[in-house]
Design a protein around this ligand. Structure first.
Ligand code: KIV
Length: 254
């Protein structure tokens, strides 16, 4: 039986309402999100490796970091749908996946997310068997960016497009809660979205055009709070960098 926060999220599928998702890593941001009533799902993303820890990528994030931040977010947003990210090498086998997922659930996550398609099918099936609500992540996979030599848009070649479609077909039957489609060319993202049309799975895009059921942003990109790297698809709605620098100078001169 899915909890009310997840049920509310799933009920958005098939409505014309865009499913709006955002990352959060701490208590105040999570509390503001919940108080706003604007966000349908909060992801405690392993993007905290860059956004909070100052690492160059997500591969330095450990499960204990995710547990720590998931606890903070849950404290700030007790009634929201909170999704916890499984960091790299915490889901190398089905058994390890279940153990790691249970730690995030115990920290307050309602569901877990992991990166990959066909190659992590045994892990996804194990989560399904254990009745752990799960979200997939296809397209550009940040945990692989280091071995792939950088971040790149996926779906540009016919071979990449075929692999992505195949990944969707293999996970389709699992009826995941959602699947994040990150940095996929808009035509391929649209085909991927269509594969999940008759399932409960909500497609959530980031840098993948606008055909998905929902959209996810990183807190710092939305708030203009990480000026050192701004992804091309980011659409900031605030400029915290300028506001904070201004406040610091005013404090000094006051
Ligand atoms: O870690 C993260 O923030 C993510 C989103 C970019 C989808 O996985």
């Amino acid at each position: 039986m899915l909890n009310p926060a997840i049920q509310k999220f799933l009920s958005l599928k098939g409505t014309n309402q865009k499913v709006i998702c955002l990352t959060a890593y701490d208590y105040p941001s999570a509390k503001l999100i919940e108080e706003s009533g604007a966000i349908d799902m909060i992801l405690v993303g392993d993007s905290l490796g860059m956004m909070i820890q100052g690492q160059p990528d997500t591969t330095h994030v450990k499960l204990e970091h995710m547990v720590y931040h998931t606890e903070m977010v849950r404290r700030g947003a007790p009634d929201s749908f909170v999704l916890g990210d499984l960091p790299i090498h915490t889901y190398d086998t089905p058994e390890q996946t279940i153990d790691s997922a249970k730690r995030l659930l115990a920290a307050g996550a309602d569901a877990v997310k992991l990166e990959g398609g066909t190659e992590v099918l045994p892990q996804l099936q194990a989560l399904q068997m254990a009745e752990i609500p799960t979200v997939g992540h296809l397209g550009m996979l940040p945990q692989r960016a280091v071995i792939e030599g950088g971040y790149s848009i996926k779906g540009k070649t016919p071979q990449q497009a075929d692999t992505l479609i195949q990944d969707c077909l293999s996970i389709r039957e699992l009826n995941l809660l959602a699947v994040v489609l990150e940095c996929v060319t808009p035509p391929v993202a649209s085909q991927m979205h269509d594969i999940f049309k008759d399932t409960q799975t909500i497609t959530i895009g980031i840098g993948s055009g606008n055909t998905c059921d929902g959209e996810i942003s990183v807190w710092h990109d939305l708030m203009g709070a990480y000026p050192w790297f701004v992804p091309p698809f980011a659409a900031p709605k605030a400029d915290l960098t300028t506001a904070i620098k201004q406040a610091l100078l005013e404090y000094k001169s006051s």
